[in-house]
Design a protein around this ligand. Sequence first.
Ligand code: PLP
Length: 374
Amino acid sequence: MVMELGHGCRVWDNEGNEYVDAFAGIAVNSLGYNHPVLVKAISEQAAKLMHCSNLYYTEIQVKALRVVAEVTGMDRIFFANCGAEGNEGAMKLARKYGVSKAPTKYKIISADESFHGRTFDTLAATGHDYYHVGYGPLSPGHVLVPYGDIKALEAQMDDDVCAVLLEPIQGEGGVHVPPAEYLQQVRALCDKHDALLIFDEVQTGVARTGKWFAYMHSGVKPDILTFAKGIGGGFPVAGFAVPERLAHVFKPGDHGGTFGGNPLACAAVYATLTTIKSEGLVDKVAEKGEYFKNELRTLQEKYPDKVTDVRGCGLMLGMEVAGEGKPIVESCLENHVIVNCTAGNVIRIVPPLIISKEEIDIVVAALDKALAAC
Ligand SMILES: *Cc1c(COP(=O)(O)O)cnc(C)c1O
């Protein structure tokens, strides 16, 4: 398939076929395709100043930093270019924090079935053999524990742990929502051992779950929050956010990148976040997510042998099926609807935040047809 054009929640291939996109370029196109505010912001910034070195400030960078600080509930922001790079920076900061206290305080604990990226260190933090095999030894200092199992985490916690890295809802792993209280208990263990809690909100962030960031559902605030995917509305930009007390773990020059936080990326971030605000999308996602989830639950009642679970939050939904997910994705595509399958049998739905009720109905009808046939 060759994609050519997008508008709103719809994309067209090079043969003119139209699709309703419930995948949003892997949870990226938060405002849909071609949102006029985003297109205008990027075009105007490109004509003005596309890139300058990070030896200088730009006004758009300051505007973007302020709004990211506001919506994350954090004080200091570092901009990177992709989710993996955001997580790398977060883990580097945690290592520096730990090693400055004791030379052996560098252990990073993350979870089975997690996904944190494909650079060497994020690979080691990612809990899937699938991503590890074929690359020789992984970066040392990483420990994996089952997700949602506080006893397993407790068994690995000691004063040599500098960070616990978790997704508040696992995305690639199959849209896994942890048990209630889990994140609170993780927070308490981190506090006990002076380890930093890092939430990877690359997929769950930017209104995706019906709050600005998923941590806001649990009230458990991380020490470091990472973001990417939806934050630029389709422009590649990412980063991490910390409270003031951690900002000075990095001295100027300790960590950086040539492109991170360049004016074009900042224009995209500023336009995306201010549009989510002005269009009231956080509350709308919560509302539409409820509707969508109820529709999926209705499908589960209709096909109890085929649909084994419906889970997720806001517009980050997973429908677990008894068999392979692939035929369902293919059937939907034949009916001009794009959904994704992750973890082999979980239909993942992460549409643009602007999806309408009518478009949700189209997606549900395609899933209904696919389930009837499988
Ligand atoms: C996609 C994803 C990443 C990696 O982001 P890239 O931009 O592909 O590097 C990291 N963490 C989570 C939770 C993700 O969903």
